[in-house]
Design a protein around this ligand. Structure first.
Ligand code: WTA
Length: 682
């Protein structure tokens, strides 16, 4: 292969946990050939109230022909995750170490939490949850911005064995309602609101709308706990008073800014600070079985209904901890920063669980890369002397366009490892990240993984792997990837096809919450004996894996996955729309953007007003990140004789590529030309 290799900086390699390809290969071989030995060694770092039963350390079935799919690790073991993340660190002398630096939207708002303080806050809130009747196995929905109460709430759930379901704070009330109903959450935790850049969002209003919908569908959330976040911010940013005490009454700021009214239901709602006041800061952990549920996290499904990915206790803990340690090569004095929102899996595993399991110091950042200026990321790295920086290609591309000077203005010399996640990173963005941000001496971990995989599955290791820009490279310990062709035949050596995995690693999902059937049909039915990722991959002559993108009906906009069906169903609900088809179009910054084809109902004019209404509707119903870039008129859609929409052709039209390939299977070939003619100039 002609690809240039970028070797790890020898300084970094020297002290790395895995410092050569030889060591990597040895460890990987052991991890897949003898998983029990490999992982039980690692499990020794943690506290187990009861140990795993020797002969039941690891069992699974990936083959539907042999019965139901199941994955079990460390059966018989019991532990508590919050105990391992907090008490254990405090007991080992790390109590005064900073667990989290919090950097607010406004640079004047910042704070910090030590491991000891974090433990106290978690215990306090766990006692609050108990007082609300939450017990082991109950689901708790969390809809919050990036503030310290978010990991506190999650860990408080784990303390008492409740299952958290974090819903990304950018989701609409419909999306929130759907997720609350699916998980039948008993409690919802949120904030009054949040500033994102210069925009104020009143999250509590969105929660109230969602809870109304939930009630209409005959489920009731018993209690909504609200952090008074807006009221405690600095005068510059909060523009509010700092009492946060009065229920539902508007706050007024020193500089005259009024906090909009926060809707309130006295029977259901309570303020976080009122609840924790005078609450005991000790809470004995509930010991959980290895396979007891830890959390549910929803991800888009190709039918449109979100899938509640379920992760369990022991396997997730050891996998999150191990990937974090090796993929970022975290050492005790490092300061690590992952920019992902905790509402996504990256935030779960690499803002909360992985770093804390390693006793790490990390940053929780509430703001955006563009506020107050477009150099905010670089300013934060400089301020906290960050050593590991983990972000997404879409962020890198959107920052590249502001030029190099904004980066050069700051001292980024502390950086050792850079990380990328969420979508394939193009070589141009990789090189900019490497040369400018990493000043040519940092390793880049291009981490391929999914909500379902729980942690990294294909990734370079910073001290070992020679890097190729854009290649996710090699499997992590315990992971055995394969490439299959359409007929399920193994592609050996160089080649491209479906990316699948042959055996489970500890951190992979166990089921879809309440729907094991869907779990089996989504991931295990296409190729019996393998977990099917839904992504395509290529293996090059040197054995490197390159992820080529989704091969199912999923769209990846700025690293946010959504399904065509999800967006189409919102569009077709509009009374003027007869039919809709959504495809992705390559986008310079977002990676992909949404391109919608709309067939209006008879007699309806397709005009700018309708286009704007449809864009707004998708934004409101799914979330701002889902807003379509293009809404095109389509008097008809390219369909096969059996009525299946050929999205392959629509993708070509969206891209303006006349090379549409074979269209002879279409019921009406002439529609292709019509659609090209109606294509707006974008
Ligand atoms: C894509 C995010 C290429 C992929 C952790 C996957 C990537 C989906 C990469 C999962 C990467 C994630 N290179 N593609 N390094 N990382 N993806 O569930 O299509 O939000 O299936 O998890 O993102 O998205 P999810």
């Amino acid at each position: 292969m002609a690809d240039k290799l970028y070797y790890p900086n020898p300084e970094l390699a020297k002290n790395a946990y895995c410092s050569s390809m030889e060591q990597y290969r040895k460890m990987h071989e052991k991890s897949v050939k003898n998983p029990q030995e490999f992982w039980s060694e690692i499990a020794k770092q943690f506290y187990w109230e009861a140990p795993a039963t020797e002969d039941k350390f690891f069992s699974y079935n990936f083959d539907l022909n042999k019965g139901d799919i199941f994955i079990k690790w460390m059966e018989g073991a019991s532990t508590n995750i919050s105990f391992n993340l907090l008490d254990k660190n405090v007991k080992s002398g790390n109590g005064d170490k900073i667990a989290f630096y919090w950097e607010g939207n406004d640079p004047d708002d910042y704070s910090r939490l030590t491991y000891r303080k974090l433990l106290e806050e978690v215990c306090r809130f766990a006692n609050v949850l108990k007082s609300k009747g939450v017990t082991k196995g109950d689901r708790v929905a969390i809809y919050m911005p990036m503030i310290l109460e978010l990991p506190i709430a999650m860990l408080a759930c784990t303390r008492i064995g409740a299952v958290h379901s974090v819903v990304f704070g950018g989701y609409s009330s419909d999306s929130l309602a759907e997720r609350i109903m699916d998980s039948k959450a008993k409690v919802l935790i949120t904030t009054d609101g949040v500033w994102r850049g210069e925009k104020l969002l009143i999250l509590k209003t969105i929660c109230d709308e969602a809870l109304k919908k939930v009630k209409k569908n005959s489920h009731e959330v018993e209690c909504c706990i609200v952090v008074a976040h807006l009221r405690r911010l600095s005068p510059q940013s909060a523009k509010s008073d700092s009492t946060g005490k009065t229920n539902g009454v508007n706050g007024t700021s020193d500089n005259g800014f009024d906090i909009p009214e926060i809707p309130w239901d006295d029977d259901r709602d309570c303020w976080w600070h009122d609840e924790v006041e005078d609450t005991e800061d000790k809470c004995y952990p509930v010991w959980m079985n290895a396979e007891d549920p830890l959390f549910i996290l929803y991800t888009s499904g190709s039918t449109g209904k979100p899938k509640g990915v379920l992760h369990t206790t022991a396997g997730y803990l050891i996998y999150a901890a191990t990937t974090f340690k090796y993929v970022f090569d975290y050492h005790p004095s490092d300061v690590y920063w992952c920019t992902a929102d905790v509402g996504w899996i990256t935030g779960h595993t690499y803002v909360v669980y992985g770093p804390l399991a390693n006793g790490a110091t990390s940053i929780i950042f509430e703001g955006t890369p563009f506020y107050p200026e477009n150099d905010r990321y670089w300013a934060v790295i400089d301020k906290y002397k960050v050593t590991q920086f983990y972000t997404a290609p879409t962020a890198i591309r959107s920052l590249m366009k502001f030029g190099d000077d904004l980066v050069k203005k700051h001292d980024l010399s502390t950086l050792k490892v850079l990380g990328s996640v969420g979508e394939p990173i193009n070589a141009e963005a990789w090189l900019w990240f490497y040369n400018l941000v990493g000043h040519g001496k940092c390793s880049i971990s291009d981490t391929f993984w999914q909500t379902e995989t729980g942690g990294h599955v294909i990734t370079p290791l910073p001290g070992a792997t020679p890097m190729k820009p854009g290649a996710a490279s090699f499997p992590f310990f315990g992971v055995l990837p394969e490439i299959l062709d359409e007929d399920g035949q193994l592609v050996e050596g160089e080649g491209e096809g479906y990316l699948v995995f042959r055996q489970p690693w500890p951190g992979m999902m166990r089921t879809l919450y309440g729907n094991h059937q869907r779990f089996q049909s989504t991931y295990f039915d296409k190729f019996h004996g393998y977990y099917c990722t839904g992504d395509g991959a290529r293996r090059d002559a040197d054995g490197y894996f390159w992820i080529t993108g989704r091969i199912d009906d999923m769209l990846n906009v700025s690293g946010h996955l959504m399904s065509t069906a999800e967006v189409e169903s919102v569009l077709t609900e509009h009374s003027s729309v007869a039919e809709a088809a959504v495809v992705s179009k390559p986008h310079r910054i977002k990676g992909q953007c949404l391109y919608c084809f709309i067939t209006p109902n008879e007699g309806i004019k397709f005009d700018k007003k309708l286009q704007d209404e449809l864009k707004k509707r998708v934004r409101e119903r799914i979330g701002p990140f889902a807003q379509p870039d293009v809404v095109q008129h389509a008097p008809g859609l390219p369909k096969t004789r059996s009525g299946k929409i050929m999205r392959r052709i629509l993708r070509k039209i969206a891209a303006g590529d006349r090379n549409v390939g074979d269209i002879s299977t279409l019921a009406d070939e002439s529609i292709v030309n019509v659609l090209f003619q109606l294509r707006p100039q974008v």
